[in-house]
Design a protein around this ligand. Structure first.
Ligand code: FES
Length: 56
């Protein structure tokens, strides 16, 4: 599912970033670009990041 349309970032991509070592939303943003344009996806991006970190 696409989370970020501006940067074409999927939930899978966010989870992948966490698997590869991103430890917070800021790091996920740096790796994927999610939420770095219009910002509308930030809420969902943060939630998915939090879930993925907790699941590790
Ligand atoms: Fe993610 Fe615009 S939808 S920055």
């Amino acid at each position: 599912m696409y989370v970020c349309l501006c940067k074409s970032v999927t939930d899978h991509r966010i989870r992948g970033a966490v698997e590869q070592g991103a430890r917070n939303w800021r790091e996920v943003q740096q790796v994927t670009g999610c939420g770095t344009q219009c910002g509308k996806c930030s809420c969902m991006g943060k939630d998915i990041t939090r879930e993925a970190i907790q699941a590790e």
